[in-house]
Design a protein around this ligand. Structure first.
Ligand code: SF4
Ligand code: SF4
Length: 425
């Protein structure tokens, strides 16, 4: 794909401006070269393994853009940066515009260097779920002397307020930027006047089914509480005729203690007759908390440790999520679970996996990163957007390079990239 990053009409510029313009073009070319050199030295450009093989080897990485996050500019930039960083999958909202933004980001990354395409996954829910909600309030109801803690606490910059003076009456205007709110819930308890409401929703299964038939969507994830078999069955039945179009079906569930495995077996028995692709269990430790602190990852590790030890769970890869961050791989290593291979007596399906690859699969297929991944790259994107009037990160490769270093440092913990390559270059 031909890539023109710096469109210009230099002949129209004043000589002095022309000189500055040329300097800028040269600086950008150097930054873009640095991006390519970084990717080559880390070895990302030589990754040819399929996302499925990454699951098998225990080094799968998924970027979670957010089931409710629909800011297409950020989604596109995040997809671009994390594709370059070598992720295996990008999980996004089941909305056509968001899916297109993910694919545009992937396409742009693959125009910069030759790199294999990550799978695109869309997320749906069978019932109310934390990932499928938005905050809402009427800014005109907010007292003008409010210190606006909601704005400060929002990790997605999804609340923006300003005061409006309309004659005799002063009010706030703005409020929640709906497409940026991903429902983390942090603004709800901080409002001193209890003005913020939670609006939950269930993704439309028919529209999702149509999206799954697109050839740029490769996987689906069903978020479930795991407690209501009829809800899960109903959603599965509605998705059934599109499931044949995907490579992977993931089920995201919380830790249900002693009933986790029976719930997984119940869901697997519903899916099995029409499951002709890979399946994965996303172990959702502490949803949407990875950016809060180092310890947020503990619950996901505890969940994985407990489940990995059980032999009667159904077939499918295991993948951590919910609170995952820079500490997650350290935690898995301490538990002896990182890229540890399966004991073949555990399950017949893992035996057949081993036969096709000549080695047993890893006990934990990999890790999904959401809030933490978005935060470390998001602050570079935010800086770029506030300093320059640009929205596409590839237009300023110096920012792309900065964002990429952050992304590689995180993805590299799972992919075992050579740290010296990206810390020193
Ligand atoms: S704090 Fe969370 S729930 Fe509230 S607006 Fe921001 S993203 Fe939405
Ligand atoms: S904290 Fe509550 S009252 Fe104050 S600006 Fe935010 S929503 Fe309005």
């Amino acid at each position: 794909m031909a890539l023109s990053l710096f469109p210009c009409n230099a002949s129209l510029l004043h000589p002095q401006n022309h000189h500055h313009h040329q300097q800028g073009v040269k600086a950008r070319s150097r930054s873009l070269e640095a991006v390519k050199n970084l990717l080559t030295s880390v070895g990302i450009t030589s990754i040819t393994t399929s996302p499925h093989l990454s699951l098998h080897n225990g080094n799968w990485v998924k970027l979670i853009c957010g089931a409710s996050f629909e800011d297409v500019v950020d989604v596109r930039n995040l997809s671009l940066v994390y594709t370059l960083a070598g992720v295996d999958c990008i999980d996004c909202a089941a909305e056509a515009s968001v899916v297109s933004a993910v694919n545009e980001g992937i396409g742009m990354a693959r125009g910069i260097v030759s790199i294999r395409r990550p799978w695109v996954m869309i997320s749906v829910n069978d019932d109310e779920d934390l990932h499928f909600r938005k905050a809402e309030f009427d800014p005109e109801d907010c007292p003008l002397d409010c210190a606006r803690p909601c704005e400060r606490v929002c990790p997605a910059n999804a609340i923006s307020l300003s005061s409006r003076d309309s004659g005799a009456q002063k009010t706030f205007e703005g409020g929640v930027i709906v497409e940026r709110c991903y429902g983390c819930g942090r603004c709800f308890p901080v409002c001193p006047y209890d003005k913020i409401r939670e609006v939950t929703y269930v993704r439309d299964a028919t529209a999702t089914s149509e999206l799954l038939k697109r050839n740029d969507v490769d996987a689906v994830e069903i978020h479930t509480s795991g407690r209501q078999s009829h809800m899960f069955r109903e959603l599965w039945n509605r998705l059934e005729d599109s499931i044949g179009h995907v490579n992977l079906v993931a089920v995201s569930l919380p830790d249900l203690g002693d009933s986790t495995v029976s719930s997984m077996n119940m869901m697997y028995s519903i899916m099995e007759p029409h499951l002709h692709c890979y399946n994965l269990w996303q172990l959702d430790g502490r949803p949407m908390s990875g950016d809060i602190g180092r310890g947020a990852t503990r619950e996901a590790i505890k969940f994985a440790t407990r489940l990995a030890a059980l032999k009667d769970r159904p077939s499918g890869f295991l993948q951590l999520a919910g609170g995952t961050n820079f500490q997650t791989i350290d935690g898995l290593e301490k538990e002896g679970l990182f890229q540890k291979t399966f004991l073949l007596e555990n399950c017949w399906s893992e035996v057949s996996e081993a036969k096709s690859y000549g080695s047993p699969p890893a006990l934990i297929g990999g890790v999904a990163y959401g809030g933490y991944a978005r935060k470390i790259v998001g602050r570079v994107l935010h800086k770029m957007q506030s300093q320059l009037d640009v929205i596409h990160v590839e237009e300023h490769p110096e920012y792309l390079l900065e964002a990429l270093r952050e992304a590689i440092a995180l993805v590299g913990t799972v992919k075992c990239y050579n740290k010296l390559s990206y810390q020193l270059s």
